[in-house]
Design a protein around this ligand. Structure first.
Ligand code: NI
Length: 254
């Protein structure tokens, strides 16, 4: 069975067939899914999904690009939501400098605050970091993220940066990008990183792997990522499924 460590099934891209798709995942070899919040609203819809489907767990958090919506009152609300029954992580949180808004200082403030929330609630974190390698690492070191633990989702930096996070005890989230033609940097990271520190993720509806690149993604496509990972590591698909499953359970403390 495959564990999808990062999905967004509350996204409107699934409004037409969510029920049907989710009900068919088990038959497609998908055993567990963690649905990830990206703002206050999607954290609430994530919790609703976890209540409806036994195989779905959730993460509560505000994505850096949505941090402008936060204030002390909303943050207090997030703290309550994060203590819901099937919430297993704080995320996705981090820094995204690809977009100019919100201001970097706003992103940093709420990244630190959410790291602190995770520490207090003893939950791992799901880190989103885009075009912000140095600031992300600096903050995580300053905040002693090695005591919190978690995953660097959709890892997109260099092998050297991967080493930093592996040394802090973090897992690396590997998804559809691994199958892309221009994935050289990620291939290097995957060849370097030990298989017991990698987890599978879709980030669906985004980042569909080849041969479905450009189409709506779902957990069912993870077989393509698992096959590619198996080829790079020189093991069979069953080994990849078993190890990434065990890693994901360790990551989310299930
Ligand atoms: Ni995501």
């Amino acid at each position: 069975m495959i564990f999808d460590t990062h999905a967004h099934y509350d996204d409107e891209a699934f409004d037409g067939d969510r029920e049907e798709l989710l009900s068919g995942l088990a038959a497609g070899g998908i055993g567990t899914v963690v649905n990830v919040g990206a703002d206050m609203a999607s954290t609430k819809t994530t919790i609703a999904l976890t209540e409806k489907y036994p195989f779905i767990y959730g993460a509560a958090g505000v994505h850096p690009s949505s941090t402008a919506e936060l204030d002390e009152k909303k943050f207090a609300e997030l703290r309550v939501l994060a203590q819901s029954g099937k919430i297993v992580a704080i995320g996705e949180i981090g820094l995204d400098y690809y977009w100019e808004e919100p201001d970097k200082e706003i992103q940093k403030k709420w990244f630190v605050a959410q790291l602190d929330l995770a520490r207090r609630l003893k939950l791992p974190v799901i880190i989103h970091s885009r075009d912000a390698a140095k600031d992300t690492l600096d903050i995580m070191k300053a905040e002693h993220a090695e005591d919190i633990g978690g995953v660097i989702h959709c890892f997109s930096y260099t092998k050297e940066m991967a080493r930093e996070y592996l040394n802090m005890g973090f897992f690396l989230g590997i998804g559809g990008v691994l199958t892309f033609k221009n994935a050289r940097k990620l291939v290097e990271t995957v060849e370097y990183a030990p298989l017991d520190r990698l987890v599978l993720e879709t980030d669906c509806p985004y980042l569909s792997p080849v041969p479905n690149r450009g189409k709506r993604n779902s957990s069912l496509n993870l077989t393509y990522v698992a096959d590619q990972l198996a080829a790079l590591k020189g093991v069979d698909r069953e080994t990849v499924e078993k190890m990434t499953w065990d890693n994901a359970r360790k990551l989310y403390r299930l």
